[in-house]
Design a protein around this ligand. Structure first.
Ligand SMILES: [Zn+2]
Length: 310
């Protein structure tokens, strides 16, 4: 017994020594030269160059010829300066995110040109009167055969503080669903680096509705056959009661618990879906369903959208 303890002690000591030795070895290798970010901007610049190279590859390489390729025109809307007030890497990260999300549909995007558009409009100015200002803006600035991604500023007074209650809301972006009326997607500078919103808006552009949609086609409430003609008209996205019922969501295990439809069926929406309104679940990424990807691919090949591809 005592010998066992002695061995244990010896093992612990040896183990510690080994650790100390390996720590010394690591020090002498000076790993920081390649692993750390000593100057502060090395990692970001490296990522930027890699993404620039990827953009060129999508644009020119035969490897992407089998994909449906959409050039993008980035339109940065600014009030009073022609200097681009947006980091290039922020835009490229958004397009990277877009490409990752759309890869399952065989759709790929690349940045073709970047324009600064001088305009006094904020995103909140576009929506009154059924988006009249937005339609006018699109008529003035859209390109005939390229998707524009307009990036607007917000007014940033997201909350109205009254004597009895505080109301907060923010418009993050929008797009018509499969419309010929405009060739663009609108996003705020605030939400450009959000991991979901840019993908969500392009989902609309390529024909997807919210998973909780009920205005256009009626509410999908589990009745047999309804999933094809109601809600988002897609059967592999389960009925979604809408984000009003978010209190029933457990974001740790990514499940809605305890809410039933009138039919008695428990609601189990896909909380991770790009076209839902839920927050990210713990350690889980957003996704499109296979049928959603098929719809977007079909839309991309249709004459409504294919004239925007190269
Ligand atoms: Zn939406």
């Amino acid at each position: 017994m005592s010998r066992h303890i002695a061995y244990s002690i010896l093992f612990v000591v040896l183990h510690l020594i080994t650790h100390l030795l390996s720590a010394q070895v690591l020090e002498t290798k000076n790993w920081c030269l390649s692993k750390c970010n000593i100057a502060g901007d090395e990692k970001e610049n490296t990522k930027l160059v890699f993404m620039q190279a990827q953009n060129e590859a999508i644009k020119n390489s035969v490897a992407f010829r089998s994909s449906i390729r959409f050039p993008l025109r980035i339109g940065i809307v600014q009030q009073d300066s022609v200097e681009v007030e947006l980091k290039e890497i922020t835009v490229r990260r958004a397009i990277d995110q877009l490409n990752e999300a759309f890869s399952g549909g065989g759709i790929v995007f690349y940045i073709d040109r970047v324009d600064v558009i001088l305009s006094p409009l904020h995103i909140e100015d576009l929506s009154p009167d059924h988006y009249a200002a937005y339609n006018d803006f699109s008529d003035q600035y859209d390109l005939p055969n390229t998707i524009s991604l307009y990036i607007f500023d917000t007014k940033q007074d997201f909350c109205k503080i009254g004597p009895e209650r505080i109301r907060c809301g923010k418009l993050s972006g929008f797009s018509y669903v499969l419309s010929r009326r405009t060739n663009n997607v609108v996003l705020t500078r605030f939400d450009l680096d959000d991991q979901k919103i840019v993908v969500h808006e392009f989902g609309h552009f390529f024909g997807l509705y919210h998973t909780f949609e009920e205005v256009q086609f009626g509410k999908d409430e589990f009745a047999p056959g309804d999933c094809e003609i109601k809600g988002d008209c897609i059967c592999d996205t389960p009925p979604d009661p809408s984000p009003i019922f978010e209190v029933y969501v457990n974001y740790s295990n990514c499940e809605m618990v305890g809410l039933q439809a009138e039919s008695g069926d428990p609601y189990k929406p896909d909380l991770r879906n790009y076209m839902a309104y839920y927050k990210p679940c713990y350690l889980k990424t957003y996704r499109f369903s296979p049928h959603q990807l098929l719809v977007m691919k079909t839309a991309a090949l249709s004459e409504i959208r294919s004239f925007l591809s190269r």
